[in-house]
Design a protein around this ligand. Structure first.
Ligand code: NAP
Length: 547
């Protein structure tokens, strides 16, 4: 919590910058701004820092990026001091890490918690933003930088009777801090995305009985996690420069380098040899070290998907259950791939049951469990792992009024429009970290976040140095970027997928099937970073600038 008078503007004087959100983005952003000596604060809706890693406390929550490619790269001292204990670190340790970073650099004093911003209004005369929080506090600032997160607006399903349930029920994002009892209990999980898959694998052997209510299966492959010894951590530290250099040049911002031999240029035996190797390797290698054609070529994708389907058949004892766990409506990797630890083996346990709700739909939640068309399932605990109103959801929940009272949620009703994923025409002095149409959600988040924060910080500094009071994306630049983002979708099979990358969410009115929304940048992290650098070097072309 900010000390009295610290980082508070003198009466009548707005802050230089207000950052929204104290997650991975906000923590680094406030460091950069305060290092410049700017009057900047972070407003955080929760009662502590950490964002994603503060909220997602559900059992099994962990990185699917390598821990050491997820951590910040900006401080050599930090890299030398922090020891990642696992290759894919779990939520408690990740939250500890973010607290360690904030405390090491003395960043808490710039953070104000329990400050949920409900409304923001642009004042054209004063060239400032007026923010109002849920508790009625008013904050004025020249610039707003949003670090509100692309996956921070959870969407419980809209099923009749949810409030009637007498047992415990949680959306995974709102998992309680207090331990949840599993032993001896009958648990139902709705949702089999990355979150559901982690939960199911983690609790299968801890509960009395587990029923998974699956609408559509997801392609998933082994995480192959393992501990990191002192010795290995020392070797990683020695390699940090090389690790981050590789992350800068790979499309996904990972150490995984795509296989560019050409899917059809090598024999089937060579393809199988690669896949056999990658399936046993840790992390996203199976997705991102693969042939690039699996992202773009239907036939290549189908052959690889069949390989993964066979792997599932080998791991699941009951052939009928195995077939239900194999996606039939999309190929491997065209939606975000969940990584798993013994997920498929969970279905070999006598206490785990799979209910295919695409065949046998949920009719309602009752006082004692879940009623499907064909049966009633008695439950003590229901877990809603039903995902998020992704990318734009957190923005839509703030009443953001720009020039002439135009509302951002209105402008983005059908799909977002941005310049570079960082700015919006009609909304001056508003900047976004990992915003819609940026290369973040489609890449290793923190790598993208660091580059966005650096670019945004340079832009704010440029404004200060040049005495600019107002910057705004030009309508032409925004239109051109939107066109480019659309073109990038046309190049990948993902455009056909029904997942959050295309803005699908059955629980949000208007985001149901059939409404593709161009939410992410698919041109890869290096191309995106190059564009950011070129725009800056070109005097921030496409950004209207005035004093
Ligand atoms: P998600 O991928 O959107 O999955 C939501 C799941 O809930 C889907 O299986 C969906 O089924 C189901 N669902 C939604 N509404 C439903 C309803 N009304 N009735 C029945 N089923 C319903 O969400 P998520 O699993 O939370 O993952 C979101 C993203 O968070 C991931 O893609 C990833 O980027 C990130 N994440 C990362 C990690 C990590 O390892 N670091 C872990 C978890 C999440 P349909 O497929 O039929 O819609």
């Amino acid at each position: 919590m900010v000390e009295a008078n610290e980082s508070m503007p003198s009466p009548g004087r707005p802050h230089d910058v207000v950052v929204l959100g104290a997650g991975v983005s906000g923590i680094y952003q406030i460091k950069r701004l305060t290092d410049l000596g700017l009057d900047a604060i972070v407003l955080e809706a929760d009662d502590d820092l950490g964002g994603t890693w503060y909220r997602n406390r559900y059992p099994g929550a962990r990185f699917d990026s390598e821990s050491y490619t997820y951590g910040y790269s900006f401080s050599r001292e930090l890299l030398d001091e922090w020891h990642w204990k696992e290759h894919y670190s779990a939520q408690p340790e990740n939250l500890k890490y973010l607290n360690f970073v904030a405390d090491k650099f003395g960043l808490r004093r710039f953070m104000r918690f329990n400050m949920r911003v409900l409304a923001m209004r642009w004042d054209e005369d004063a060239r400032t933003w007026h923010l109002t929080t849920a508790s009625g506090e008013a904050v004025e600032t020249r610039f707003v930088i949003c670090g509100v997160g692309p996956l921070s607006m959870p969407t419980p399903p809209r099923i009749e009777g949810m409030a009637d349930f007498q047992g415990e029920s949680y959306h995974t994002y709102y998992w309680p801090k207090e331990p949840v009892e599993f032993a001896g209990r009958r648990v139902g999980v709705i949702g089999t995305g990355a979150t559901g898959i982690q939960v199911i694998a983690e609790i299968a052997d801890k509960v009395d009985d587990l029923t998974v209510f699956q609408r559509r299966p997801n392609w998933s492959a082994p995480l192959n996690n393992s501990p990191i010894s002192e010795q290995e951590m020392a070797a990683i530290r020695a390699r940090y420069d090389e690790i981050f250099a590789t992350c800068r040049v790979t499309p996904g911002g990972f150490e995984h380098v795509p296989d560019r031999r050409g899917f059809w240029n090598v024999s089937r035996e060579e393809r199988l040899a690669l896949w056999d190797r990658l399936y046993d390797e840790p992390g996203f290698g199976i997705w991102l070290q693969n042939f690039t054609e699996i992202f773009t070529d239907e036939a290549a994708n189908a052959e690889f998907s069949e390989y993964i389907a066979d792997r599932i058949r080998q791991r699941v004892d009951d052939p009928e259950v195995a077939e239900k766990l194999i996606p039939k409506d999309h190929g491997f990797g065209v939606q975000r791939v969940p990584l798993e630890s013994h997920y498929f083996e969970a279905y070999n346990r006598d206490n785990v049951h799979l209910v295919d709700i695409s065949e046998n739909p949920i009719v309602r939640i009752t006082r004692t469990g879940i009623q499907t068309r064909d049966a009633h399932y008695d439950l003590d605990l229901i877990v809603y792992a039903t995902g998020f109103d992704a990318v734009t959801g957190a923005y839509d929940r703030i009443d953001i009024q720009g020039v002439d009272g135009q509302r951002l949620a209105e402008k983005w009703r059908d799909e977002p429009a941005t310049y570079l994923g960082t700015m919006v025409n009609g909304f001056p002095n508003l900047l976004m970290i990992a915003g819609p149409q940026s290369a973040s959600a489609s890449t290793n988040f923190p790598r993208a976040i660091e580059s966005h924060v650096d670019w945004i910080t340079d832009l704010v500094k440029y404004c200060m140095d040049q005495g600019l009071a107002r910057i705004e994306a030009s309508p032409e630049a925004e239109a051109a970027w939107n066109e480019h983002v659309r073109e990038m979708y046309q190049m990948v099979l993902m455009r056909k997928a029904k997942g959050w990358f295309t803005g699908y969410n059955s629980n949000v009115p208007g985001h149901e099937e059939g409404t593709i929304r161009y939410l992410v940048y698919n041109g890869g992290a290096p191309k995106y970073s190059r564009t950011l650098s070129e725009v800056a070097a070109d005097g921030y072309r496409g950004i209207l600038q005035s004093r």
